[in-house]
Design a protein around this ligand. Structure first.
Ligand SMILES: [Zn+2]
Length: 581
């Protein structure tokens, strides 16, 4: 009896068909002068696959199957098709070097199945992270301390794609719950470090598996709109996600490193920062002067300080202060960090530089202009010209203190004659962390601390008394402050107003010491004096103040129990920092 096995014959037919298909593809490859590939027999790399969006790959009958650096291997059933050639041009425009292979339709479909594996990535529109808002809220509720994030990250899901999504959700939920300003992911010898910046200082959160790190990087780069396989260059981007309560904007920056790429994500959470002169903790002496300056219809007000000293926040507070319906306010920033209602924000790019943008803005007839940063002579001179022609202009300079702002402008090539007629005021600022009220420890200042504070107060235009048994505070750490000893930050300020005496000295002898003497009658406290006042008031510690404001002497302060955390926070790559802050 003859036994007919349908399934057997179908499989056999399929196999014969597949075999024939491969033979035809092989022949076509050699006729056209390309290499042939059978995608069923090789590992198709998901990182390569996502280089071409699924829809586009299917339209052009192609797939990217391996990639290293800029090289990418592309297989197609028809290398001569116009759609395919357009695809190649597109890849080349992204600096990629495609190598073309010919494959069969069957093996192409097989490779396309890889898109299903990377569906979580490709389904996301560039720039928008799709997370379950309920999931984020649920995670946020579980996180009250740094340790909680580490514990949640350890809980692994067996499905690797879901695991990546969960890791990402946990990292963001943790950052939101703890009010972190930045998330750092850095590969190191010992592993991949996840850190949060809380109140200006970095804290270790957890170590990530290398496996997770690689997938997270790909995912975050895609989201940020960065080129995935560019690994030797710094790239910037941004994306957003919905936390259930609000849209959270993330600005990301990737830099190459010896052990792999590091990413820093700045959380732009408009609800964290509120911009007003009241909330930036101006001391009352500066506040009075500044309010007068902000009432003037024209002139330049500059705030100075290193990266992360709160300059942008201060400028936003100034903008809010002067903002009313009757005024047209335009900013030029790199990048726009927050959007303020009623204010037109613009962002620099390769063509729209600070200098070009500023000239374009002036043609828009604004009343108030904010220029993110003065970096060169052209921007400085354009800003000053604007200030002299009826505009109130706000900007920043990257200098150590207010006085250095004047000398920096001269160094940039600005004519000193112009400073007097264009500048209203230059401010200097730093952020100090505020001691946690639940755990700060009181102690008597030691002899050296006492003498130092007395000396500083002796120079203070409005001195605060320092007692012989002066109580000051140091950081301790408790669950309420994530064991950091601090909660929140306050700014310390100084400022110099342009007046006749200052103008005269700038023209005659623009040394910092001469400018300082000339400004003394203005009776505005320095950052150091302002800071010591905050130490005496128990707002911050001497150690914390010394971290951000230069002391004229090296002080042996009563040890701060959180000193190790402070030191850690300072081990940061300057270049990296300046890219993200
Ligand atoms: Zn505490």
């Amino acid at each position: 009896m003859v036994h007919f096995d349908d399934s057997f014959s179908n499989a056999k037919l399929k196999e014969l068909h597949a075999h024939e298909e491969e033979r035809v593809a092989q022949k076509l490859a050699s006729q056209l002068g390309y290499e042939y590939v059978n995608l069923r027999h090789i590992t198709v790399n998901p990182e390569a696959v996502v280089l071409i969006p699924e829809k586009r790959a299917k339209e052009s009958l192609a797939v990217a199957f391996t990639t290293t650096n800029f090289n990418v291997s592309i297989a197609t059933t028809n290398p001569n098709a116009i759609v395919f050639k357009t695809l190649l041009q597109n890849l080349e425009a992204q600096k990629l070097k495609p190598k073309i292979y010919v494959c069969s339709a069957g093996s192409l479909s097989h490779a396309w199945n890889k898109y299903a594996d990377v569906i979580h990535t490709t389904a996301e529109q560039k720039g928008v992270l799709v997370v379950d808002a309920a999931d984020i809220r649920n995670l946020t509720d579980q996180i009250t301390a740094l340790d909680d994030v580490g514990k949640l990250l350890v809980q692994k899901d067996t499905n690797s794609q879901r695991h990546i999504s969960q890791t990402l959700s946990t990292i963001f939920a943790g950052a939101l719950a703890l009010k972190a300003s930045d998330i750092h992911i850095e590969p190191e010898e010992a592993g991949v470090r996840l850190r949060y910046r809380l109140d200006g200082v970095l804290h270790d959160v957890a170590d990530l598996d290398n496996y997770i790190y690689k997938r997270l990087m790909s995912r975050l780069k895609l989201l940020s709109g960065m080129v995935l396989n560019v690994k030797a260059e710094a790239q910037d981007g941004r994306f957003s996600f919905n936390s259930g309560e609000k849209e959270v904007e993330i600005r990301s920056s990737v830099i190459p490193g010896a052990l792999g790429e590091s990413i820093v994500m700045r959380i732009l959470d408009p609800t964290v920062a509120s911009f007003s002169l009241e909330t930036i903790n101006l001391n009352k002496h500066i506040e009075k002067v500044l309010r007068q300056q902000l009432k003037r219809p024209n002139g330049l007000i500059i705030t100075t300080g290193p990266t992360g000293s709160g300059k942008t926040t201060a400028l936003y507070a100034f903008l809010q202060e002067v903002h009313d319906e009757s005024k047209k306010i335009i900013t030029i920033e790199n990048p726009v960090e927050y959007k303020l209602a009623g204010i037109m924000h613009t962002q620099t790019d390769a063509d729209y530089t600070f200098a070009k943008g500023l000239r374009a803005i002036l043609r828009q007839d604004p009343d108030v202009i904010m220029v993110g940063e003065i970096r060169d002579q052209e921007v400085a001179e354009t800003a000053m010209h604007a200030a002299q022609t009826g505009h109130l202009v706000f900007s920043t300079l990257h200098t150590n203190n207010a006085i250095a702002g004047f000398t920096r402008l001269i160094d940039l090539g600005v004519n000193p004659q112009v400073l007097g007629t264009s500048i209203n005021m230059i401010l200097g600022q730093r952020l100090v962390r505020i001691l946690c009220d639940d755990c700060k420890a009181a102690h008597h200042a030691n002899a050296e601390e006492l003498q130092f504070m007395k000396e500083v107060m002796a120079e203070h235009p409005y001195p605060v008394p320092v007692a012989d048994q002066q109580t000051i505070y140091r950081a301790v750490g408790c669950p309420k402050c994530n064991h950091t000893g601090f909660r929140g930050r306050a700014a310390v300020f100084e400022g110099i107003v342009m007046d006749e005496t200052v103008e005269e000295v700038i023209l005659r002898d623009p040394r910092e010491s001469a400018i300082q003497t000339a400004a003394k009658p203005q009776k505005i406290p320095t950052m150091l004096q302002d800071g010591i006042e905050k130490v005496l008031a128990g707002i911050t510690s001497l150690t914390e103040l010394e971290r951000v404001v230069e002391f004229p002497i090296k002080l042996v302060t009563t040890p701060n129990q959180q000193e190790h955390l402070v030191a850690e926070g300072e081990i940061t790559n300057e270049d990296f920092q300046s890219r993200v802050i």
